[in-house]
Design a protein around this ligand. Structure first.
Ligand code: TLP
Length: 345
């Protein structure tokens, strides 16, 4: 039975074109730097991000962890949003594996961090304090609603980072969604930073992988740490081949996912008991608050939808997250809306 899976865009499976490219991929040993398909993916990614080099990594989590471990020493501190994925959902890897400390600041309603607050949070030379080394910003900002962070803000943030002597890393898991929503080339959102991780395996449909990009020196160090973490993959060209299709083709169609998220948001928020908890969608995510008087038992909502082959995600005590992606079509969207309208009778 085919499910309409709105839990995340991580559930996307590769397209037929990707499977064909994977089967035909020319491969070699990537730990020796000899996989031509991985090399091609890495240079393509770096050029798109406006950076010198790329590094194919297993996941977004590994890309972010490597960026932190490459930049910081034990006892150093990284400033990030309290709703940042690196803080919330990366298993505390930076502390567990790097002995690195997170200083979280509140994300504002628009997903950004207040520049004045960052400025004040940066430590001085007091012997009692850890050294602040890095700022991480997420674009799109997942937990704030899949919100886009503008190029203007990014330039201001990078100027602040430079002034304070800090590295700036972007968790750009869905940076192409941000670029499409803002109608700008992706490097308008990334070129000012020191590093960026973006994911191939979310809305871009590849089965596995992310790319970490940065300067030549940064990537040389990160490559060594990737090996240390067991992420030195051998004939990884079979995976990178799908990633190349992601960059060439899948980045060009994300607007469709955004339009479907807007259609879902408009229709479902008109149904009594459901309101848009994070505002109108800017990209491919819809967050809905579920009123307690309509659905006192939250699990019933999930079960009723599942009976109609619809899977939804949960992001808070009474909050639902719906994520659109390549495998959610217009007829699925209409089926979801009709089912949802029948839930409340
Ligand atoms: N996010 C997943 C879950 O982990 C929550 C999702 O379903 O949204 N950065 C951001 C902004 C992310 O949203 C994610 C995944 C990651 C990093 C981690 O990527 P992976 O899963 O490849 O390690």
């Amino acid at each position: 039975m085919k499910y309409i899976d709105l839990r995340s865009d991580t559930v996307t499976v590769p397209t037929d074109e990707m499977r064909a490219a994977m089967a035909a991929a020319e491969v070699g040993d990537d730990v020796y730097g000899e996989d031509p398909t991985v090399n091609q993916l890495e240079s393509k990614a770096a050029a798109l991000m406006g950076m010198e080099q790329g590094l194919f990594v297993t996941s977004g989590t590994m890309g972010n962890l490597l960026a932190i471990l490459t930049t910081c020493q034990r006892g150093d501190e990284v400033i990030m949003g309290q709703y940042g994925h690196t803080f919330l959902h990366e298993v505390g890897g930076m502390s567990a594996l790097g002995g690195i400390f997170a200083n979280t600041l509140p994300n504002q309603k628009d997903g950004t961090l207040d520049l004045e607050m960052i400025s004040q949070a940066v430590r001085g030379t007091d012997i009692h304090e850890p050294r602040t080394k890095m700022i991480i910003v997420e674009n799109t900002q997942n937990q704030c609603g899949g919100l886009v962070i503008s190029s203007g803000y990014m330039w201001e943030l990078s100027a602040l980072a430079k002034k304070k002597g800090l590295a700036l890393h972007i968790d750009g898991a869905r940076i192409f969604n941000a670029a499409v929503a803002l109608g700008c080339p992706v490097d308008a959102l990334t070129a000012m930073a020191d590093s960026v991780t973006f994911c191939l395996s979310k809305g871009l449909c590849a089965p596995v992988g992310s790319v970490l990009c940065g300067s030549e020196d940064f990537i040389t160090k990160a490559r060594r740490l990737r090996k240390m973490l067991g992420g030195g993959m051998r004939q990884a060209g079979v995976l990178a081949a799908a990633g190349i299709v992601s960059l060439d083709k899948m980045t060009k169609r994300l607007e469709e996912d955004h339009a479907r998220a807007t259609r879902l948001a408009d229709a479902i928020s008109k149904i009594p008991g459901f309101s848009l908890s994070k505002g109108k969608p800017q990209t491919n995510m819809v967050f809905l608050e579920v009123a307690e008087d309509i659905f006192p038992n939250f699990d019933v909502l999930k079960e009723r939808l599942e009976e109609e082959r619809i899977l939804i995600g949960f992001s808070g005590e009474r909050e639902v997250r719906l994520v659109t992606h390549y495998w959610i079509h217009d007829e699925d969207v209409e089926h979801i809306i009709a089912t949802w309208e029948n839930l409340v009778d």
